[in-house]
Each structure stands twice: as C-alpha cells, then as structure tokens.
Design a protein around this ligand. Structure first.
Ligand code: ZN
Ligand code: ZN
Ligand code: ZN
Length: 105
C-alpha cells in the first residue's frame, strides 16, 4: 500500500476555507454539473470528482501541481495525494486504532 507524508496527521483545520463551499468552482463558470466535490489543501479550490463529466479536481492538480485534496462530501473524511496515489484520512476520522497489529514501517 502506498503512503504519503503529506497526508499524515492532517485534520480539517489544515485545509483552508473552501472558496466555493457547496459547488465546483469550474463547473459554476462553465455551467456544467458535478457529482461530488473535492477540496484542494493548498488553495481551497473546490473541484468535482472523477465521476463528474469535467473532472475539475484532477484538472486542478494538473494545472497547479497542488498534490493533496480531501473529499468534501458530508461524512467523508478521506484525503488523497495525486503525486503519490495514496489515500489518507483526517485525524478526527480515526475513533479507534486499527485492529491489525503490524502496519509495516
Ligand atoms: Zn504525496
Ligand atoms: Zn467541475
Ligand atoms: Zn489548489
């Protein structure tokens, strides 16, 4: 399993305020529709997921090289690093330790 240092110990307060909290910024300007939303950790850009026709979150990474985003779907607490292709989770999302003993290094 891949891992990424950028994703360690992230909590929601590490993310800037979303620039467009309930919308994909680029879909708003293009008049297109989104499925789910992702927020960039670097700049607070909100883009749509890869299930959306325009995939603006991925496009934002390709434009800016901002590596880390999170899901902004209510209830979701995962993060993603485009550079390393790795998932993480926000700190408050870990109510209990993982049951497995060995997690590697
Ligand atoms: Zn990374
Ligand atoms: Zn979009
Ligand atoms: Zn960004």
């Amino acid at each position: 399993m891949k891992s990424c240092e950028d994703l360690e110990n992230l909590s929601p307060s590490d993310f800037p305020p979303a620039r467009t909290p309930d919308a994909c910024e680029d879909c708003l300007s293009e008049g297109t529709k989104w499925v789910q939303l992702r927020e960039c950790r670097t700049c607070g850009h909100v883009g749509c997921c890869d299930s959306s026709p325009r995939k603006h979150a991925t496009a934002h990474f390709q434009d800016t090289r901002h590596p880390v985003m999170r899901s902004v779907t209510p209830g979701d607490t995962w993060t993603w690093c485009y550079v390393h292709g790795a998932y993480g989770s926000l700190d408050p999302a870990r109510p209990r330790p993982e049951p497995t003993v060995a997690r590697g290094k």
